[in-house]
Design a protein around this ligand. Structure first.
Ligand code: SAM
Length: 489
């Protein structure tokens, strides 16, 4: 019995990408049992045998099973912030870039009953007004045929409209016997087709699944294994145009190493931007130590402490230690001076070394940190900018800049540098925590919560053993800290 259950789980995972965990097993088996009964199969083995076949009957049964296994829940303008980013930032950019070509292609992958692609269509209509002369494709697809049928009808219960503004509701919906009918002009803007994101091949020139300007794939990955998510994210990114955007559910791609995409934060929402060919190629040829510098799961241990417990002490100066005077100091000597908090000497000796020969990034960064620790912020900023000019992807300099601007009270700059940090290292948890705290201070609890949840998701996806930077704090302790903060929301 156990073997056949394992085989079934394996087959379902392979076909649908669904990850059936220990805790899902009971429900999964109930659903299978339901299908075995309804289909009059003699036992689990004969059911499994049918699913394994490549026949019309098997295809039909898979459709029935998809209905039971997939969670089909959506509503109009779900996660309004992402739609605001679409309306205010992404679409205006694309429309401008395409004003001559006048073609725009958007895909809502895992579109459920159409709420997501229709929300996109409403925004496009609002932005373009008269769409004459534009060649627009908004494609919605799903593995579940039943929801696709509903989508084509464009009729919804009030529950699907629960987050809709009264103005949009009035403009685009008509009530009929307690249900809401979407304006046929909006319905006509969206094309619905069946697609299994796991099995189907894309990009594909034989179907519409190619050259997308924007792909929405939100709240679909949550039930998949990380391997499946990685595989689909890869296919989706290749289905984007150069410079196209992928929008996923919050935090759904954090555990992924994304070869073709770079995360960007707009108004607190992470959007994945397709890398240019040059960026993809240059990443492939960067020396290994530079890659480590760009994207690392373990933040460097020479940054200033910013963790909650030590926060008040950042940039705190301690008394100068005695130091063995030498004529010529090496970078190791400077590091030692820094460790002993003799920041003045780090700067003095650092300048001499720079003049002599070596203005390595490491030395410049030690000097930048020392200036910051002595509250000489202008010098620290200048030094960081010098570092960035030499090496644009030196993430630590951006992080230090964010810390300095936070202290100087320039929140916008602090946030902007933190966004650079996340771009260079999407796993740098502290940047999310810092952003969360900035937003929390500004009373923006929605964005703050998002950042803290993202930090937590990243931490939970990392092994618990490594000690986070700043040695005293482990991943587990930081998880507890974030869980405590998140309870407030
Ligand atoms: C929770 S809904 C999300 C709907 C919408 N994207 C949103 O965010 O509101 C997930 C949808 O993904 C679909 N889905 C699940 N697995 C899929 C697969 N392998 N291929 C295509 N769609 C899938 C489900 O049928 C369901 O409609």
């Amino acid at each position: 019995m156990k073997n056949i259950i394992d085989d079934l789980i394996h087959l379902v995972s392979k076909k649908t990408g669904l990850c059936i965990r220990e805790r899902d097993l009971e429900k999964f088996l109930q659903k299978i049992e339901e299908r075995v009964k309804q289909g009059n199969f003699s036992d689990l083995i004969s059911y499994y045998e049918l699913l394994q076949k490549n026949t019309l009957a098997s295809e039909k049964e898979w459709k029935e099973l998809f209905l039971l296994l997939t969670v089909a829940e959506s509503y109009f303008f779900r996660d309004i912030d992402q739609f605001l980013v679409l309306k205010k930032i992404l679409l205006p950019k694309i429309l401008e870039a395409k004003k001559t070509e006048k073609t725009i292609r958007i895909w809502s992958a895992g579109c459920c009953a159409g709420e997501e692609p229709y929300s996109i269509a409403i925004i496009l209509k609002e932005l373009l007004g008269d769409m004459h002369g534009w060649n627009i494709l908004i494609l919605g697809n799903d593995i579940n045929e039943e929801v696709l049928q509903k989508a084509r009808k464009g009729i919804y219960t009030p529950w699907s409209l629960r987050d809709l503004s009264p103005e949009i509701k009035k403009l685009y919906f008509k009530e009929n016997k307690g249900l809401w009918e979407l304006d046929p002009k909006i319905c006509q803007m969206v094309k619905f087709t069946h697609c299994n994101l796991v099995e189907d091949v894309f990009p594909s020139w034989a179907s519409e699944l190619h050259s997308m300007d924007i792909i929405f794939c939100r709240n679909v990955f949550i039930y998949f294994s990380q391997d499946t998510v990685g595989m689909i994210a890869n296919k989706l990114s290749q289905t984007l145009n150069e410079q196209g955007y992928l929008i996923t559910g919050h935090g759904e791609l954090y555990a992924q190493k994304l070869k073709y995409l770079k995360p960007k934060i707009y108004n607190g929402c992470v959007v994945y931007h397709k890398k240019t060919l040059a960026e993809i190629q240059s990443a492939a040829f960067i020396a290994p130590e530079k890659i480590a510098n760009r994207r690392t799961n373990t933040p460097p241990n020479i940054l200033i402490k910013i963790l909650p417990e030590t926060k008040k002490n950042i940039f705190q100066k301690t008394s100068s230690p005695s130091f063995l005077e030498k004529e010529k100091l090496t970078i190791e000597d400077i590091q030692l001076l820094f460790k002993k908090a003799d920041y003045k000497k780090v700067v003095e000796e650092g300048k001499k070394i720079c003049l002599l020969c070596d203005d390595s990034l490491e030395l410049l960064f030690l000097m930048a940190q020392s200036y910051a620790n002595m509250a000489k912020y202008e010098n620290a900023i200048r030094m960081c900018l010098k570092i960035i000019k030499k090496e644009i992807s030196y993430m630590k300099a951006y992080f230090l800049l964010s810390q300095i601007y936070k202290i100087l009270g320039d929140r916008d700059k602090a946030k902007s540098f933190l966004q650079n940090v996340i771009y260079l290292d999407p796993y740098f948890v502290l940047a999310y925590i810092e952003l969360g705290e900035l937003w929390e201070d500004e009373g923006d609890s929605k964005n703050a919560k998002k950042m803290f949840s993202t930090a937590l998701e990243i931490l939970e996806s990392l092994p618990h053993t490594p000690v986070l930077p700043y040695k005293e704090i482990t991943t587990e302790e930081l998880i507890k800290y974030l869980q405590k903060i998140l309870k407030k929301y």
